[in-house]
Design a protein around this ligand. Structure first.
Ligand code: FAD
Ligand code: PYC
Length: 416
C-alpha cells in the first residue's frame, strides 16, 4: 500500500485526488472464472476474500449490479453480537464475532469496531424468564453474557427510564459486553481491497440476469456485460435471493420484506452502548458522528420498496421516548430501508443446492451484518471443498424437509 505524507495529502486535496491509488481495480470481466460470487455486499466480498486467502482460489469474480455495499451492507444499523440461543447459531455467530475482533488487523483496514456492549431489555415476567434462559444457554456455550437487574441497568446507562409507571417498565436485561458496532462500509471496503490485492476481480454495475446450467451443473451467468463462464457460482444477494434462485429454477423458503432505520440530528455523546427491546420494538445506539441510530421490526407485508412504512416509525419513536424521555425533543434527519430475506426459522441458509456447482447464502433476515466475516468464512469453505464447514452444516437447505429447524426468532431481537 502506498504511503502518503502530509504534503501529498495537501497536493491531492487541491488536484482533486488525481493521483490517488484506487482501493481496488475495475477490470473488465474475463470469459471464465473458477468461482463467481453474485452480490457485492459484505457477505459476497468476505466469501471472495476467504476463497483467496484460506483456499488459494484467486480466479474469482464478484459481480455487483450496483455499487459495493449499496444493498443491506450499507443500510444496516451495524450492531454486532453473538448472543444466540441454540448451539448451532451460537457457534456460527461467535466465530463471526471472533473474526470481527481481528478484522482491522487482518484486512489492514480500520473497521472501527467498538465493543461497547449490547443490552436486551425485559419488560414482563415472560421476558425475564426468557432472558435468564438465554443468558444461561449462551454462557454454557462459553460466550460472554450476563443478567442485569434494574439498578445495574441504570448504573450502566444512566439516561434510561426505570420508572414502574410506564406502559412497559424495564424489569431486567441481558448484556453482552463484547457486542457493539462497527463501520459497515469499512467492512465492505476492507474485504474488497484485501480480496482485490489477492487477485479477485470486483465488477460493479454488472447485473446477473440469468443463471446458465446444463445437465445439472452450472456453466455461467448472463449479465448486463454479457455471458461470463463459471465452474462454481455462489448466490449472496440478501433480499433478492428468491429472484436469483428463480433464475436457476429453484424455489426457496424465503420471503422478502422491507426493514427500515433512521438517524437523529447529531448530539454530544450520551449513550455509550446498544439498547434493544423486543417487546416495545425499538433499538438505539449512537454513531461516531453523534446521531442516534434507530430501528425496529420489519414491515408486515412483502415488498421490494426500499423505504418502510410510517406506522413502524410512529411505534418505534413512541417506544424510544418512553425508554428515554430525554430524546423526545430530538429531530430525525434521515430514514431509509433495505430488503431483508427471512426464512421460516429466522436462521440463515448456507448450502449447496440440487444443481452442481451452485451454492446459496441467504436468509439472514434482519441480522446478517454481525455474521459478515463468519458467513464468508464458512461459505468459502463450502464452495472450495464442495462440503459444508462444520459450522454451517446445520444451516443446509435440507433442514426445511428434514424438520431440523433452528428457531432463532427470539434472538433476532428485531422482529422478522
Ligand atoms: P447485501 O449487502 O444486500 O448484498 C447483496 C448485494 O447483491 C447487493 O449489493 C445487491 O445490489 C446485489 N445484487 C442483488 N441482485 C443482484 C443481481 N441480479 N446481480 C448482481 N448483484 C445483485 N444486521 C445486523 O447484524 N445488525 C444490524 O444492526 C442490522 N441492521 C439492519 C438494519 C436495516 C435497516 C437493514 C435493512 C438490515 C439490517 N441488518 C442488520 C441485516 C444486514 O444488513 C444484512 O443481513 C446483511 O447486510 C446482508 O449482507 P449481504 O452481503 O448478504 O447483502
Ligand atoms: O441483529 O442485532 C441485530 C440487529 C439490530 C438491528 C437490526 N438487526
Amino acid at each position: 500500500m502506498k504511503k502518503y505524507s502530509i504534503f501529498s495529502l495537501l497536493r491531492n486535496s487541491i488536484n482533486f485526488h488525481q493521483d490517488w491509488q484506487k482501493a481496488w481495480r475495475s477490470p473488465d470481466p474475463k470469459s471464465c472464472y473458477d468461482v463467481i460470487i453474485i452480490g457485492g455486499g459484505g457477505h459476497g466480498l468476505a466469501t471472495a476474500y476467504y476463497l483467496a486467502k484460506e483456499h488459494g482460489i484467486t480466479n474469482v469474480a464478484v459481480l455487483e449490479k450496483g455499487w459495493l455495499g449499496g444493498g443491506n451492507t450499507g443500510r444496516n444499523t451495524t450492531i454486532i453480537r453473538s448472543n444466540y440461543l441454540w448451539d448451532e447459531s451460537a457457534a456460527l455467530y461467535e466465530k463471526s464475532l471472533q473474526l470481527f475482533e481481528g478484522l482491522s488487523q487482518d484486512l489492514n483496514y480500520n473497521i472501527m469496531l467498538s465493543q461497547r456492549g449490547v443490552l436486551n431489555l425485559a419488560h414482563n415476567l415472560h421476558d425475564l424468564r426468557e432472558i435468564n434462559r438465554r443468558v444461561n444457554a449462551i454462557r454454557l456455550n462459553g460466550i460472554d453474557s450476563e443478567f442485569l437487574n434494574v439498578n445495574q441497568i441504570k448504573a450502566f446507562i444512566p439516561i434510561i427510564n426505570i420508572s414502574r409507571k410506564i406502559r412497559y417498565p424495564i424489569l431486567g436485561a441481558s448484556l453482552q459486553r463484547r457486542g457493539g458496532v462497527a463501520r459497515h462500509d469499512a467492512v465492505a471496503w476492507g474485504f474488497a481491497r484485501a480480496g482485490d490485492a489477492r487477485g479477485v476481480d470486483i465488477i460493479q454495475n454488472c447485473e446477473v440476469t440469468g443463471i446458465v446450467h446444463e445437465k445439472g451443473r452450472v456453466s455461467g451467468v448472463e449479465t448486463t456485460k454479457g455471458f461470463i463462464g463459471a465452474k462454481k457460482l455462489g448466490i449472496v444477494v440478501a433480499g433478492h435471493s428468491t429472484v436469483l434462485a428463480g433464475m436457476a429454477g429453484l424455489r426457496l423458503p424465503i420471503q422478502s420484506y422491507p426493514l427500515q432505520a433512521m438517524v437523529s440530528e447529531p448530539i454530544k455523546p450520551i449513550i455509550n452502548c446498544v439498547v434493544m427491546s423486543n417487546a416495545v420494538h425499538c433499538y438505539v445506539s449512537q454513531s461516531d458522528k453523534g446521531e442516534l441510530v434507530l430501528g425496529a421490526g420489519i414491515d408486515s407485508y412483502n415488498s421490494y420498496g426500499q423505504r418502510g412504512s410510517l406506522n413502524v416509525i410512529e411505534d418505534q419513536l413512541a417506544a424510544l421516548c418512553e425508554l428515554f424521555p430525554l430524546f423526545s425533543r430530538l429531530r430525525l434527519i434521515r430514514q431509509w430501508g433495505g430488503i431483508v430475506d427471512t426464512s421460516p426459522d429466522a436462521s440463515p441458509i448456507i448450502s449447496k443446492t440440487p444443481i452442481d456447482g451452485l451454492y446459496l447464502n441467504c436468509g439472514w433476515g434482519t441480522g446478517g451484518f454481525k455474521a459478515t466475516p463468519g458467513s464468508g468464512w464458512v461459505f468459502a469453505h463450502t464452495i472450495a471443498t464442495d462440503q459444508p464447514h462444520e459450522l454451517n452444516a446445520p444451516f443446509r437447505l435440507e433442514r426445511f424437509t428434514s424438520g431440523a429447524l433452528i428457531d432463532e426468532h427470539g434472538a433476532a431481537a428485531v422482529a422478522h
